[in-house]
Design a protein around this ligand. Sequence first.
Ligand code: FMN
Length: 221
Amino acid sequence: MPFDRFALNNPKDQIDKIMRRNSGKFLSNIQKRRSVRRFSDKPVSIEIIKNCIAAAGSAPSGANKQPWHFAVVSDPEVKRTIRREAEKIERDFYQKTAPEEWLQALKPLGTDENKEFLEIAPYLIVVFMQRYGIDPGGGRVRNYYPLESVGLATGILLTALHFTGLGTLTYTPAKMNFLNTLLNRPGNERPFVILVVGHPAEGVFSPDIAKKSLHEITSFF
Ligand SMILES: Cc1cc2nc3c(=O)[nH]c(=O)nc-3n(C[C@H](O)[C@H](O)[C@H](O)COP(=O)(O)O)c2cc1C
């Protein structure tokens, strides 16, 4: 989906026309992104994943602290362990702790405690948020707006993976601290999200859900 370029000394209405076309192209492509919950095991080159993570690393962050770490998991044994731990947590959630309102909200998505995709998809990218940094002497360094910063970087990562042609799922088991131990991440980091990445399985369809209209999500002053 090539975007059209323009020079700032082009006439204003010409620039406007090009930018409108670019924004329309972006919109129609990004609107095709939907969460995928059944993946193919077709391999994906690591270079693609690296490019997308580098794109995420270009995100803005509070005071440029870049408070993120991306752990890329492709090892079948590690994926199996993540699935086993996540399904334990999910069984507890679906069968015991989930409030009825939450279960009702999940119903249209058709999710349950089975997380086969954690083993089948070629990559799990575990995004960690650094609550604070560590200086070379081991002291704490303050991070600013780490949650907002990591959210923005993850959004760019998701967008980059989608533009590459890959399917993704934003996955968040109710407890994720087992990922620190499994992936050797330090105590200043908190798992933020698991991005499941790969080609969608043949014939997979997304649940029939609607997005709010532009009118509902905006106000102009
Ligand atoms: C922070 C966050 C957490 C999510 N956690 C889960 C999850 O644990 N399991 C799941 O199947 N989907 C999860 N999703 C995906 C949402 O269900 C999905 O984005 C939403 O239903 C809209 O569908 P779409 O992504 O196809 O537009 C999560 C999404 C976000 C943004």
